[in-house]
Structure formats: C-alpha cells, structure tokens
Design a protein around this ligand. Structure first.
Ligand code: ADE
Length: 227
C-alpha cells in the first residue's frame, strides 16, 4: 500500500501545483503516492455555501465552522482510517525532519488547510487534528504549508528519489546542516574550489566536510547542536 494524501481545502485548484513537477510529480504519475483534494465548500449546508462564521466572543476575522469541517473530514477519512489527520496552522507543533520521516514511513495523511482566523477548537478535538506549523511566520492559508509537508515526506518514499538524488548526507540527516558543495569550473570569478576537495584523499575530504558542517551549524543553527 502506497502513501495516500487527502487534502481538504477551499482552493483545490492550487493542487498538485509544485507537487506535480520533478521527482515528486513523477512519483505521483508512477503511483508511488496518491493525492486527492476535497473542496470544503461542497460540505456547506446552506444555499450560500457558508463555511465560516464570526468568532464567539467577538474579534476580527472569521472561523471555520466545526460541523462543515467535520462532515468533510468524515467523508475522506472514515473512522478506522489509519492515517494521521493534520491541520496546517502557524500555532501548530513545528514540523521537523523526524516527523517528516515518520509520515513518509506511514500510510499517508489527511491534511486540513485552514484559512481565516482559525478553526473551531471543538472539531480539532473531536476529529483528533494534529496542528502542524512549517515555521514561525504566517501564511494566508494552509495550502502552501501542506505542499511543503507533502513534498518533504514524498521525497523520502522509496523509489521517488533516484540514486542520483540520494539523501544520505543532506541537511538534518546527521543532525547538522549540509557542508558546502562545489563543481566545475575549477575557478569561478577568481574563486577556487577548496584544494582538499580535488586532492583525492577521501579521509581528508570527509574530515573537511565534517568540520565545515559543524562550523556552519554553529553559526547558523546552534540550537541543532544542543539537541
Ligand atoms: N497557515 C498559516 N501559516 C502557517 C504556517 N506557518 N504553518 C502551517 N500552516 C500555516
């Protein structure tokens, strides 16, 4: 059974978007993963297809109605569906490579894309939605966040990346940022490739890369070294 993604959104036309390109799109075409989008508005109960309402207690913006969202979730993910149900939200748990690896190993995900000020808390609890953030900034909606999460997970599915795009040494896999890379020409605008990398001494190259990765991580992401 392959990785199955369901996305509940007010903007299904945004998909597959970038998920239809390159290795991720090839994997989709080859059946290594599947993507289905569901228009939340199709579950609205009234003539105006209303999906949101004003926040209880007052304040700006609109809140997604729990009954409409629950109906959409139940339609794509009936009880017993083994897939985690995610809600993309800037107040979610920060997404990291460890959670991405877990998701990629699993049966897929049901992803709810929020818009407006938020989602009624009761549907988050009643449908066990795991709130996930892709970073400390606020997007206009969860769709781009869902695409980022899916792209990160799908590229880890066996067969999606060829040997040429292997991820053994990339950023985060060893708890460090990736070392700098170089390719020909030997001199670019007066800058040379570090001599060690063209020395042929594989022990020295490995040591240089390790030290470069540690130095980069120390200056840019000291929080990674503490983990
Ligand atoms: N929706 C809006 N901002 C978001 C973020 N940073 N992460 C996930 N979903 C979001």
């Amino acid at each position: 059974m392959s990785f199955s993604a369901d996305v509940v959104t007010l903007f299904p036309e945004l998909f597959p978007g970038p998920l239809g390109a390159s290795v991720i799109g090839r994997g989709l075409a080859d059946g290594l993963w599947s993507l289905r989008t569901t228009q939340l508005r199709d579950f609205a109960a009234d003539r105006h297809r209303t999906v949101d309402d004003t926040p209880a207690g007052g304040g700006p913006g609109m809140v997604l109605k729990p009954d409409i969202l629950a109906a959409a979730i139940d339609a794509v993910s009936p009880p017993g569906d083994p897939r985690p149900r995610l809600l993309m939200s800037p107040r979610g748990t920060p997404l990291g490579q460890a959670r991405v690896r877990e998701l990629a190993r699993g049966p897929g995900a049901v992803i709810v894309c929020g818009r407006f000020e938020g989602v009624d808390q009761r549907v988050i609890e009643a449908r066990n939605l795991e709130e996930v953030s892709i970073g400390d900034y606020v997007l206009a909606g969860g769709e781009v966040a869902a695409m980022a999460l899916l792209e990160a997970a799908v590229r880890l599915i066996p067969g999606v990346l060829g040997a040429a795009e292997s991820h053994a040494e990339e950023s985060f896999e060893g708890g460090l940022l990736e070392y700098p890379q170089y390719t020909r020409p030997q001199i670019f605008e007066g800058r040379e490739i570090p001599a060690v990398l063209t020395s042929g001494d594989h022990g020295k190259i490995a040591r240089w890369r390790r030290e470069a990765a540690e130095a980069l991580t120390r200056t840019r992401r000291p929080d990674l070294l503490k983990r």
